[in-house]
Design a protein around this ligand. Structure first.
Ligand code: NDP
Length: 406
């Protein structure tokens, strides 16, 4: 196995992952950053060189690739010969990159499940369907190694391994207490973000999915180091895999906090049709309103220097403890936007995704998570990943008497 890694994408998440790979040169002695816009890859490389100076031990190269093209991907993989591809571009490219990995016999990792460009839906079906081909090729596919999904799946596996005989209730709480000073901006790719929050909510209870209107279910909660926040029930992709992989589950929900200004702008944009993914003809050119909107909004990668405050992401678990008595347990991480920016030049949303991507690839390269097939992170041993979270900038905390979500 070569010890080279290929990172695809050069946005906020890829940039953090690349910085973290460079800091962890023992596992990542050589890596390439390849994306649609070569200049962005070169800028990340230059920033790493500037920050790390003589401490930089990894050999970093860059390349241009269109990840929508399996042929281009195969040619790049065959010429660079990495042992793993970290796909940190967009969910639209999941299947082409997975196909290229099958053709070249190289491991695959991503942070978001597949979404077709022309339908606002995301699910694991197409990626799980490649399990047989990954097994046949003898390669590992690690799905969803960001924060949510990613750390949330690892935490669930950890809670089950060390604290519960049965987990019955899971509430994933994603709070961003950061303030970038703009009336409206998204913290990661605007198109993906708006598609996610404008969709109907959904949660799983007693064996079936229950659909809600967007933002219909609302709770208030106090988040340590952030304060009182309004949070709303959303559908989120790890619900699908955790329902499949965690036995005895009775209910699983996902809540995300939003400020009133964000919600008011989103409603207005929706009302005027700007969040639509249906192409419209404008002066003879077909444009997709949400893609145009993404272009006029602030680029998430520019929010870093302006963002103050913290993220607080946690999971409340309830079930039967190792002694078979009722138990509740809260695992959480708090991350400071300004501290992240100082370290790697990105705000906490990219940081909390890029660090677990680097850790997931390390799990593979260390030979700890390398069975053939396509897996979600909760299907692997969580312990070495948990250890690396503490070491690489995302320490986790525990509360054995947390407030429950009604
Ligand atoms: P950005 O929009 O900042 O970056 C996306 C990058 O992908 C850009 O560099 C873009 O290129 C590149 N790209 C897009 N299309 C192609 C293509 N066809 N070929 C090659 N490169 C392409 O996104 P983020 O960094 O914020 O997010 C990256 C991924 O992480 C997304 O899939 C997102 O859903 C996921 N994510 C996951 C989270 C989690 O917790 N699991 C949280 C946040 C994000 P160009 O520069 O030319 O536009």
């Amino acid at each position: 196995m070569s010890n080279k890694t290929l990172i695809i994408g050069a946005g906020g998440v890829a940039s953090v992952a690349a910085h973290k790979c460079a800091q962890n040169s023992e596992i990542f002695p050589e890596f390439m950053i390849a994306s649609r816009t070569l200049a962005k890859c070169d800028a990340i490389k230059a920033d790493i060189e500037k920050r790390m100076g003589k401490n930089l031990k990894s050999v970093i190269t860059t390349a241009k690739v269109d990840a929508d093209s399996i042929d281009e991907l195969v040619a790049l993989i065959n010429s660079y010969k990495p042992s793993i591809v970290m796909h940190l571009a967009l969910p639209y490219q999941d299947l082409t990159i997975m196909q290229a990995c099958i053709k070249t016999g190289v491991a695959y990792l991503d942070t978001a499940n597949y979404e077709p460009l022309d339908t606002a839906k995301f699910e694991y079906k197409e990626q799980w369907a490649l399990d047989g081909q990954f097994k046949k090729a003898g390669i590992t596919g690690i799905l969803g190694s960001g924060f949510d999904p990613g750390v949330t799946g690892v935490w669930t596996a950890y809670a089950l391994k060390h604290h519960f005989n049965e987990i019955h209730y899971i509430d994933i709480l994603d709070c961003n207490g950061g303030d970038h000073g703009y009336p409206f901006a998204t913290n990661f790719n605007p198109e993906i973000n708006i598609r996610e929050v404008a969709a109907n909510g959904r949660y799983w209870e007693n064996g079936k999915w229950i659909e809600t209107k967007p933002m219909e279910i609302h709770r208030q909660r106090h988040f340590e180091e952030v304060g009182e926040k309004d949070m709303y029930l959303l559908y989120h992709e790890e619900l699908e895999s955790l329902v499949k992989h965690i036995p005895h589950l009775k209910r699983i929900r996902f809540f995300m906090t939003f400020g009133q200004s964000y919600l008011m702008h989103l409603k207005c944009l929706e009302n005027v049709g700007m969040t639509s993914i249906e192409p419209i003809n404008f002066n003879g050119v077909d444009i997709v309103p949400i893609q145009f909107l993404a272009k006029v909004l602030p680029d998430p990668s520019t929010l870093g220097p302006r963002t103050k405050g913290k993220t607080h992401i946690g999971i409340v678990f309830r079930g039967l403890g190792k002694d078979n008595k009722p138990k509740k347990y809260y695992l959480y991480n708090i991350c400071d936007h300004e501290v992240c920016y100082k370290e790697v030049g990105s705000q906490a949303i990219s940081y909390t995704t890029g660090v677990p991507a680097m850790i997931g690839a390390s799990m593979y390269l260390k030979g700890l998570w390398n069975k053939a097939g396509v897996y979600n992170v909760e299907q692997f041993d969580p312990d070495p990943f948990m250890e690396m979270l503490n070491k690489w900038g995302l320490p986790w905390h525990e509360d054995f008497d947390p407030e429950l979500v009604d």
